[in-house]
Design a protein around this ligand. Structure first.
Ligand SMILES: C[S@@+](CC[C@H](N)C(=O)[O-])C[C@H]1O[C@@H](n2cnc3c(N)ncnc32)[C@H](O)[C@@H]1O
Length: 318
């Protein structure tokens, strides 16, 4: 048995999504269904729930049965929501919610290889297919490995970590989570903030293995294309790299100063805002929620309402 997932910022998500009777919502990150359940309980609406992890979808069948046809489960990536939903006969949505990252059951299952606190295979694939973290760690040259750890983990000592990994794997391949965690801990100075030094390297590998930033960009654009005027987009992030992308996407699409970034090229002049922001700043959890669920600590919610304007032209996603 794995632990349950405590939904983060659930009340704030509901307030921002504002579910109404007769409408159709996408929960793009079903997990253990905490958000889907809350939405279905808040209004007599339909929820289409997507998760790329086959385990999450399999576990969700009981919940789906209890909502009498109002909850449809689909395995896939939210970045491909247009195709996934079209196959399910859905062309337009009244709301989209994305609660990014891994769920507690994924993190707590040592066999999935996400945790540096328990020993397991160095896997980290949410989808259970594609390249594993072990293949990245044992296969990349030192320089690209350091770049990956620096960019996706925001690790200042990335060169040092990459060098230690390459030295260790010259002796034998790095196959397990605890093996990698120990190599990183041995390579880095003792942390004064109490954060395990392996945190940032594990984060970088997880984001890379699951192409989480590319998925986010595709998901935001797909949501823009699928939402009806008045429909709502709600995104909860746990990582500053993701939050920055959501912030820049919504800021530029809502007529705020667009940011110059290679990830978000400047729009053509004259495009009408396709979103209007619900809050000026991201919403963060209060002390009570953080005390009850420490995982909520780094969460930030951003939300916007779709305008009547056409979706902006698609740029190439990463
Ligand atoms: C933080 S959990 C969501 C928890 C959920 N809100 C709940 O209340 O139970 C994130 C979930 O999203 C899934 N996920 C992550 N990236 C995804 C993607 N690109 N497409 C579909 N599912 C994804 C993960 O497999 C995980 O189950």
């Amino acid at each position: 048995m794995t632990a349950a997932h405590i939904p983060v910022l659930a009340a704030e998500m509901l307030a921002a999504l504002d579910p109404r009777d007769g409408q159709t919502y996408l929960d793009g990150t079903f997990g253990r269904g905490g958000y889907s359940r809350a939405i279905l309980q808040a209004a007599d609406c339909a929820v289409c729930a997507v998760d790329c992890d086959p385990d999450a979808i399999a576990q969700g069948n009981t919940l789906a049965a209890s909502f009498d046809g109002r909850l449809t489960l689909l395995q896939g990536r939210f970045g491909t929501m247009i195709e996934l939903l079209r196959d399910a006969g859905i062309e337009r949505l009244d709301g989209v919610v994305l609660d990014l990252g891994v769920s507690s059951p994924q993190l707590d299952d040592a066999a999935r290889g996400f945790s540096f606190r328990q020993d397991g295979p160095l896997d980290m694939r949410m989808t259970r297919d594609g390249q594993t973290a072990a293949e990245i760690v044992n296969g990349l040259d030192e320089k690209p490995l350091a770049d990956l750890i620096r960019e996706l983990g925001e690790e200042r000592h990335a060169r040092r970590v990459a060098r230690a990994i390459v030295r260790a794997r010259d002796t034998s391949p790095i196959e397990s989570t605890l093996q990698l965690a120990q190599i990183v801990r041995d390579a880095l100075p003792h942390a004064k903030d109490g954060i395990d030094p392996a945190t940032r390297t594990f984060m970088a590998l997880r984001i890379h293995v699951n192409n989480e930033l590319g998925e986010l960009e595709r998901g935001l654009r797909a949501a823009e294309a699928m939402l009806q005027p008045g429909g709502r987009l709600v995104v909860i992030c746990f990582h500053s790299l993701e939050d920055r992308r959501v912030k820049n996407f919504l800021r530029s699409r809502s007529g705020g100063a667009p940011r110059v970034s290679r990830h978000m090229p400047l729009p053509e002049p004259g495009l009408a805002p396709s979103f209007s922001l619900i809050h000026r700043r991201g919403i963060t959890p209060g002390d009570t929620e953080i005390a009850a669920n420490p995982r909520a600590r780094s969460a930030r919610l951003r939300a916007a309402v779709r305008t009547e304007a056409p979706a902006w032209p698609l740029e190439d996603a990463a």
